[in-house]
Design a protein around this ligand. Structure first.
Ligand SMILES: C[S@@+](CC[C@H](N)C(=O)[O-])C[C@H]1O[C@@H](n2cnc3c(N)ncnc32)[C@H](O)[C@@H]1O
Length: 388
């Protein structure tokens, strides 16, 4: 059972619902799920990421790897250090959450004597950008001064590393259901006789979704059964293309929960991967708690790889989070963390990051590279590229 909203959250949620309702009516009574998710997460001042709820961390709705432990960020930093040594240049982080990853990566790079010239953050949420600034303000001046916030992707080509942890899963996605000989697109409408309740409604897919579905089918060994419902993130293509377009030389490192296409669209995964997160509880109803709960879908890493490839990037690594962190030396970092309670705490954090039933297996790390010919420690223990 989900905890009830307080009065302030209810009022907030009703304001966002009114906006969605108005757009829905203006659009003739139906919105694609992608448009609905866009409004639910990013409507200015009202969407989940745009507004002021706690969101990440133990007091929020979900915990990401950098929130769970700096061990994650220190491993990422070690991988960045190797790339920066080859390329020089900078780090650009997309969607930096509370700023914990940025702070911990910079601190580790300072300890490794491999600081980048600049650490830029591109964040779409004004609320989170403010929280990032507050977190970064606690860093020593020598680190703080390297961090800068961008309004859009840089015009100057980037050399170095681009990082995105749990950003691809927050991109609004389309939803579809197998029907008859093809698919219908799932969208949102108002319930008959209940104009304040949103419900799922199907219609014929538009050309872009129909095309993407046909491409998908070509990659799958088995047809999908009638009634099969899932997600397809068309926006990922343009997002990866835009990042690739400004990566001159170096690595785009993506960490997220997801699967290669054949596993993502497994015939038995009949309900798809869409999940909502509210106060550390996961459920699958995106139409409630509007603006106060997160909505995400798993990442089809085959789509990401293909988009990278089309943009001239090479997939240099694809592994589970556990294999990546072990390759980057997480065990050594735990051993170095002293004795007694501190060591036990670190070991427990590492277990949550590594264990298959926690974050170790569902989360994957993908390295997309341009003009980079160096061994990547995070991918020496496992190579899952053949599954893409
Ligand atoms: C699930 S949170 C992850 C935050 C952080 N990376 C972490 O791991 O704790 C998703 C983040 O991506 C941001 N975001 C979503 N779409 C984005 C985009 N197109 N470009 C940059 N940031 C984006 C959100 O505002 C939020 O900061």
């Amino acid at each position: 059972m989900l905890p009830p909203l307080d009065a302030q959250q209810r009022a907030h949620s009703e304001r966002l619902a009114a906006l969605v309702r108005a757009q829905l009516i203006e659009a003739g009574g139906w919105l694609s799920f992608e448009r609905f998710m866009d409004l639910a997460l990013y409507a200015p001042g009202l969407g989940y990421y745009s507004a002021g709820s706690a969101k990440l961390g133990p007091g929020g709705d979900f915990v990401t790897a950098p929130e769970l432990s700096d061990l994650f960020s220190r491993c990422i930093a070690r991988q960045c250090a190797a790339v920066l040594e080859a390329t020089g240049g900078e780090i650009l982080e997309l969607g930096a959450g509370t700023g914990r990853l940025a702070a911990a990566v910079l601190s580790e790079l300072a300890a490794l004597d491999r600081l980048p010239g600049r650490y830029a953050i591109l964040e779409v949420s004004a609320d989170l950008a403010q929280r990032q600034r507050a977190h970064i303000a606690r860093l020593p001046e020598a680190l703080r001064q390297r961090i800068t916030w961008l309004e859009r992707l840089p015009e100057q080509p980037v050399r170095g590393v681009m990082l995105a942890n749990e950003v691809a899963d927050a991109l609004p996605c389309r939803r579809f259901r197998r029907e008859g000989t093809g698919i219908n697109e799932l969208g949102v409408a108002l319930a008959d006789g209940e104009p304040h309740r949103f419900v799922e409604k199907e219609r014929a897919p538009d050309a872009s979704l129909a095309r993407a579905y046909a491409e998908l089918l070509r990659d799958l060994p088995d047809p999908l059964p009638v009634g099969y419902t899932s997600e397809l993130c068309l926006r990922a293509d343009a997002w990866i293309a835009s990042l690739a377009a400004c990566l001159d030389r170096g690595l785009l490192l993506l960490c997220d929960y997801g699967l290669p296409r054949r596993h993502y669209y497994h015939p038995q995964r009949t309900g798809g991967t869409l999940r909502c997160h509210y106060r550390q509880l996961a459920h699958d109803d995106p139409f409630i708690n509007l603006g106060v709960q997160d909505i995400t879908a798993w990442v089809d890493f085959t789509r990401i790889a293909a988009a990278g490839h089309s943009a001239g990037l090479e997939v240099q690594g694809f592994a589970t989070q556990a294999a990546f962190l072990l390759g980057c030396g997480i065990e050594e970092l735990v051993l170095e963390s002293g004795e007694g309670i501190e060591h036990a705490r670190r070991a427990a954090e590492a277990r949550r990051l590594l264990m298959p039933e926690e974050m170790g297996e569902a989360f994957k790390v993908m390295a997309l590279a341009r003009d980079l010919d160096i061994p990547l420690a995070g991918f020496v223990l496992q190579d899952l590229r053949h599954l893409l």
